[in-house]
Each structure stands twice: as C-alpha cells, then as structure tokens.
Design a protein around this ligand. Structure first.
Ligand code: PSU
Ligand code: MN
Length: 316
C-alpha cells in the first residue's frame, strides 16, 4: 500500500518491506536521545536494529528530521540523535507540528512513535518501558501522553512493563478505563521494567507470538481501534538485584522533588539518576531488556505478517 502522507518519509528498505507484507518493527528514538547516555545509546540502537533483523523482521527506527516524519533511519541519523542527546527535542503528540514547521530534530516518545508507525502501516513496535501515571499524579496530574495514545492508536507496543518510578497500579487502572489490553508474555504478572515483578497482574497471559498475533489481528479486524501492551519481563539471567534498584528509584524520586523537576524532564532525569546511583547497573539492565523486547517484537511481526497474508496468496 503506497502512502502519500505529505510529511511522512519512509526509508526505501522499510517501504519495500511494508509494500510486500514483510514483517516490520518500529523503534522509538527518545530512548536514544534522552533514555541512555552516549555512546551506549547509539550502540544499543544499532544492536536493537540488528536483533530485529536476526529475528526475521525489518527495523524502522522513528524520529523527526528535517521537516519529515521518518520511519527507517540511517546509521548516521541514529548517531546524530545519540550524540546530540538531550538537546534534541523530546517530541510527543503535541510537539509534532512545531518540530516539523521548524525543521529541527525531534526524538519520538512512545506516543509519537505510535502515531508515525500507524501512518506508515507498521503495527508492531518495540521499546524499553512505556510512560505512565506518575506517583503523586493525584496532585500533579502527570500522566504520560503514551497512555492516551495507546487508547487511540492501533499499534502493539512490546515493553518490559512500566518502571517503578511510576504508579504502576494507577497506570494499569488508566489503561483499563481506556480499553487497552495488557498482555503478559509468558507471565501472569506485570513486570516493573528493570525487574520482573510488580505485584500487579496482567489481563491476559499469552505464551506464543502466534497466539498474540491472532488476537491482535482479531482486535483490529473487528474494528476495535487502539493499542495493546505486550509486557515482556527482563530475562531472569539479566535481572539486577531488586533492592538496590528500588533504593536508587526512591532516592532519584526524592531528588527530583527536591530540585522541582517537572513535566517532560522527569522521566529522563530519573533514568539518568538511577543509572548514576546503581553504578551503571540499571543501564545494563535497560540495554538487555530492550534487546529482549526487540526480539519478541520481531517474532510477533513475523507471525502477524503470516497471519495477514493478502488473500490472493493461496494458504496451506
Ligand atoms: N521509559 C524508559 N526509557 C525511556 C522512556 C520511557 O524506560 O526512554 C521514554 C519513552 O520515549 C516514553 C517517554 O515514551 O520516556 C515517556 O515520557 P513522559 O513520561 O514524559 O511521557
Ligand atoms: Mn509527563
């Protein structure tokens, strides 16, 4: 299907894959510019792309560059985002028109990556963790725009759950209200990003990409628009010791409060602080879980593409 959306620029390999019904996995770019330090951010982004390829799908890293919504970045573009880091504008739904109009670089969050993926015709997206309802949201009303996007935009997001910097219980309540299914891949428990357990359950446990692909296809075929969260816990072998991560999280939250960090700055601030306080342990876990999510997303994209074969192709 050829798209002629005026601001969308899909790279040739991604375009070709979409046109021929090959599996494609969308990847976000705020994790590159704001989620990890240089050079680990660039190395990770390139490894993630490689992991997607090795698992049989085409990676489409998404960002806004030079007045275009780009799906599929070159190594040079990924390096630019990683080196420029927090100077790149963290771009959610509200920011998109201004970043395009000014023709400056925008790193896409989960929300804006979903928007651009859907425009391009990509249904499967891998990231680290989603934004959510922040602790203290009853006062601050800080609820990530990611949740609203999941309510409306038809893309499945593979993530390692939501970080304990958030209020995980309220995040799950919000998702329930907005009709977003929360699926545990091989787990009954919603994972807490760096760690495998949160104490909260998932709506459905699914144990194979095929079963997941079938449910996604049915959801969208039935006209039920909106996203799906596929929560994929960090592998046991890579899970850091829980207590130091929790201590660092609490300390980072107090520090943010003391300094009055607010709005879109909070998530990047907390990630950087937790990394510092854990001596890099959280970053190592972050890299591992993103790779793990990329592999699952690719397998899911493969199953989804098989399931979605155009009807002229005879089926077994
Ligand atoms: N979670 C992570 N790493 C990240 C982010 C979330 O583990 O880099 C980024 C994602 O891009 C997500 C965004 O969409 O933070 C959420 O920001 P906010 O909380 O301001 O909505
Ligand atoms: Mn926020």
């Amino acid at each position: 299907m050829k798209k002629s959306l005026p601001y969308l620029a899909v790279s040739p390999d991604v375009e070709e894959a979409i046109a021929s019904g090959q599996p494609v996995v969308a990847l976000e770019s705020t994790i590159i510019s704001h989620g990890m330090p240089y050079p680990e951010n660039v190395e990770t982004a390139l490894h993630v792309e490689q992991a997607v390829r090795e698992s049989g799908a085409v990676p489409a890293t998404i960002a806004i560059l030079g007045g275009k919504l780009k799906a599929g970045l070159s190594e040079a573009e990924i390096t630019h985002l990683g080196k420029t880091g927090r100077e790149v504008v963290k771009t959610s739904r509200r920011d998109i028109p201004f970043i395009l109009a000014r023709e400056i670089s925008g790193a896409t969050t989960v929300a804006s990556t979903m928007i651009i993926a859907e425009m391009a015709g990509i249904r499967i997206f891998a990231t680290g963790g989603i934004g959510g309802v922040h602790r203290g949201a009853a006062e601050t009303m800080d609820i990530s725009a990611d949740l609203q996007e999941l309510a409306n935009t038809s893309v499945a997001v593979v993530c390692a759950g939501a970080k304990s910097i958030l209020d995980i219980g309220l995040t799950l309540e919000y998702l329930e209200t907005h009709g977003v299914p929360v699926v545990g891949f091989g787990t009954d428990e919603f994972p807490a990003f760096y760690t495998r357990r949160s104490g909260f359950g998932v709506d459905y446990r699914v144990d194979s990409p095929e079963e997941l692909a079938k449910a996604l296809k049915i959801k969208w075929e039935a006209g039920l628009k909106g996203g799906v969260i596929i929560a994929n816990p960090i592998p046991e072998a890579h899970e850091p010791t829980v207590a130091p991560i929790q201590q660092a999280t609490e300390a980072a939250l107090s520090e943010a409060q003391r300094l009055g960090v607010k709005g879109k700055e909070i998530t990047p601030f907390l990630l950087a602080k937790i990394k510092e306080l854990t001596g890099g342990e959280s970053l190592r876990a972050n890299v591992d879980l993103v790779l793990n999510n990329a592999r699952l997303a690719a397998k899911l994209a493969v199953a989804f593409a098989e399931n979605s074969e155009p009807s002229q192709t005879p089926k077994h």
